[in-house]
Design a protein around this ligand. Structure first.
Ligand code: G1P
Length: 289
């Protein structure tokens, strides 16, 4: 099985960033000069994905426009001889990569969003990337590390990381035989448990590689945590039929669904930005007390 398709669930309302997200999708918020969704798309493409499937809602048109060509802008950049900018704009979606959009009519949870893409995935394995989770994998992106595991196991892989025990209510939490192993086999998984009910301190971050068997299980999944159809619950059912691996990936994850994580990511990426790094480092010193 070869992995060529990825789902980007982008239908969420982004209420944690209101009023910024009233008319603009949260996935279009920039980290320095690129929107969050573009980082996730670049990660997917670098890992071999060629078909991008966005699960959107009515207020997310800007995402479609971002990955489409903009004739007026390109014509103006050509006229003004702005070759570098033209390259940046044209390079957003490389040759051979296609986009498809499917609407999630009402916000019924991550599991429901993934199920909305069933017809486009057909009977193939696929990745799911949540743009809120920005991951700097260093040498190898998080999804690339997961693809290496998938190529060996040919079964589902989810990305996990150690989380503070008090924060289990923010994550899917996995039960594995040996939490110290980089690649562990899942025994169970629970969505947003209370700390005393959490099976480990390993929380799921927004990267999944799943086999298509998940769709029939999602169809049978009833409302779970928060009254939503949870992907986590369908993965728990998948364990009865298939092996699922949990990968403790190498790299740093920024929770850009929270204001603090978003600000940390902005600082970290600005400090790595070729045009800004030096000057920004100097100006940051003015803010350190
Ligand atoms: C979703 C998943 C959760 C996972 C998290 C990672 O939750 O349901 O299992 O740990 O993403 O970011 P959300 O943050 O959308 O509530």
């Amino acid at each position: 099985m070869k992995l060529t398709k990825a789902i980007f669930p982008v239908a969420g309302l982004g209420t944690r960033f209101l009023p910024a997200t009233k008319a603009n999708p949260k996935e279009m918020m920039p980290i320095v000069d690129k929107p969050l969704i573009q980082y996730a798309v670049e990660e997917a493409i670098a890992a071999g994905i060629r078909e991008l499937i966005f699960v959107t809602s009515s207020s997310k048109r800007a995402i479609e426009d971002h990955f489409d060509s903009n004739f007026e802008l390109e014509a103006s950049l050509i006229e003004r001889g702005k070759k570098d900018l033209l390259e940046i704009v044209r390079g957003i979606l490389p040759e051979g990569v296609s986009c498809a959009y499917v609407r999630q009519k009402s916000p019924q949870g991550l599991g429901h969003a993934v199920l909305c893409a069933k017809q486009l995935i057909m009977n193939e394995p696929f990745a799911v990337l949540l743009a809120d989770d920005l991951i700097d994998g260093g040498q190898q992106s998080c999804l690339q590390q997961m693809v290496s595991v998938f190529e060996k196991t040919q079964s589902s892989v989810i990305a996990v990381q150690k989380i503070p025990p008090a924060e289990t209510k923010k994550y899917g939490v996995v039960d594995v035989a040996n939490a110290e192993e980089k690649i562990a086999t899942l025994r169970g998984i629970i969505e947003k448990p209370d700390p005393e009910k959490a099976p480990s301190n390993l929380g799921v971050v927004g990267r999944y590689i799943l086999t298509p068997h998940i769709f029939s299980l999602l169809e049978q999944t009833s409302q779970g945590s928060g009254g939503e159809i949870q992907l986590t619950d369908a993965i728990a059912s998948l364990l009865k039929y298939e092996t699922v691996s949990a990968l403790q990936f190498s790299g740093k994850r920024y929770d850009c669904g929270s204001k603090l994580g978003y600000l940390e990511a902005t600082i970290a990426y600005a400090l790595k930005h070729p045009e800004l790094a030096e000057e920004f480092k100097r100006s940051l010193q003015d803010f350190v007390v």
